[in-house]
Write a protein that binds this ligand. Sequence first.
Ligand SMILES: [Zn+2]
Length: 163
Amino acid sequence: MEIKIYGDSILRKKCLAVAKIGDEEKQIFDSMVKIMRQSGGVGLAACQVGFNKQMLVVDCQGKALRLANPKIYQKKGSFAIEEGCLSVPDIKVRVKRFKNIKLKALNEYNQRIVLNAEDLLAVVLQHEIDHLRGKLIIDYLPWYKKVKAIRLLKSKRNQNKSR
Ligand SMILES: [Zn+2]
């Protein structure tokens, strides 16, 4: 498993719901947590490592939450920080998010759970849920900044290829 970088088409796909958390999904979750930790990230979506599944992991005070099929059903307030993304290297975007969210999801034991998140955890969850819909932080930029960001990402991608 490796982190997919901007330009890889899987990052723009809508991920599919998971029918059940089985052994394969548990393994994917474990690998995702490992990669998240190694890369120093606070969250990771399955599509970022090549799986078109509605699965994400987030760091919650040192503990990794593993969630599938997350659905936000309540949201309020607003909160914004500069967000980075392992798939969009060296770009930071201030994204306006909800401050408080409640979501339903499946956990790694295949149980339906309800989660209440606020502030940073809520931001990370919304960022990862965006990934499951093929949405990236650069999509929140005004168009002229987005054009610049894409140019930068493309030139980096080409540099890496020629190495
Ligand atoms: Zn991201």
